[in-house]
Design a protein around this ligand. Structure first.
Ligand SMILES: Nc1ncnc2c1ncn2[C@@H]1O[C@H](COP(=O)(O)OP(=O)(O)O)[C@@H](O)[C@H]1O
Ligand SMILES: [Mg+2]
Length: 282
């Protein structure tokens, strides 16, 4: 599980300085929320964590992002491996034009995971006890001569971890496009998890969803922190209160305050944090 540290992180788009010398730690296996008003640099910060920011040609980054003490912007970084370790869930779901099953299997297939690697990946999830009802219990009694049996188990595991299994188990080979947006977002979560990340980044993951679907995503996030380090960008303060263990508050590109959620919300240190929580600035 990588420990993430931002050290004096500055990011610019041309002349615009979007993040200004941000230094912060992101604790392992907790939910960190990045909060702040629109335009303060939340998405930019999130995308720098798995180098999705590289896709943006005019973005420049100064300072360091350390994972397990190693600078991810150093010369020897394997960017594809980094993006596998640090998964990304976007604001809106974009299901691939294929079945529910194939959406989840897509990542493991393109990464050409062997049967052994798939079983290993499932076992590493299973040991945290999050798959109590999954057929993974029967893993070692499964008929391994049956074609793709390990992929069937993997798909079930990740659909259970994303809280979607019960709703789709009878139509796994139906089109993902037929799911509701709320279900598609949980499918997107399953797809992100299926690649085997250790860190999950989510950019306003409920902003396109109705309240009930949002609640389902929040519930999965709280379950999944037993297994993953999770960073959620949100501009909804109440959501941050509900899910955060740790908070990073950005205001106009500056880190104003960060710390454990209880302390952040109950006894903020900075006047701007107090004003933001009270709603006098936004
Ligand atoms: N590709 C880009 N090129 C130039 N400016 C950008 C780009 N992306 C974002 N910005 C600007 O950077 C600032 C921060 O954006 P962003 O990180 O998306 O903020 P947030 O997610 O908090 O709303 C905004 O002023 C935005 O207009
Ligand atoms: Mg944003």
């Amino acid at each position: 599980m990588p420990h993430i540290s931002l050290r004096n992180l500055t990011i610019t788009y041309g002349d615009l300085e979007v993040l200004k010398g941000v230094t912060a730690d992101i604790p392992d296996r907790q939910v960190t929320t990045i909060i702040g008003p629109s335009g303060c640099g939340k998405t930019t910060l999130l995308k720098s964590l798995n180098r999705l920011l590289d896709l943006n040609e005019d973005a420049r980054l100064y300072g360091e992002i350390l994972m397990d003490g190693i600078n991810t912007y150093g010369q020897n970084t394997d960017i594809l491996a980094l993006r596998k370790t640090v998964g990304f869930l976007s604001q809106r779901p974009y299901p691939l034009p294929m079945s529910i099953y194939d959406n989840v299997a897509f990542g493991p297939r393109i990464h050409k995971l062997s049967r052994y690697e798939i079983l290993n990946q499932i076992a590493s999830v299973e040991k945290h006890g999050l798959l109590a009802q999954c057929s993974v219990e029967n893993l070692f009694q499964m008929d391994m001569k049956k074609k793709n049996v390990e992929m069937d188990i993997l798909v079930e595991c990740y659909l259970r971890l994303s809280g979607l299994w019960d709703e789709v188990k009878d139509r796994l080979h139906g089109s993902a496009a037929q799911l509701s947006v709320g279900q598609q977002q949980r499918l997107a979560l399953a797809r992100t998890l299926a690649v085997g990340p250790e860190v999950i980044l989510a950019d306003e993951p409920t902003s396109a969803l109705d309240p009930l679907s949002s609640q389902l995503i929040e519930r999965q996030i709280k379950i999944l922190k037993n297994l993953y380090t999770i960073v959620v960008v949100t501009h909804i303060l109440r959501q941050a209160r509900r899910i955060a263990d740790h908070v990073i508050f950005l205001y106009m590109g500056e880190l104003v305050e960060d710390g454990p959620a209880d302390q952040f919300f109950d006894s903020p240190k900075d006047d701007r944090t107090r004003a933001y929580i009270k709603g006098t600035i936004s």
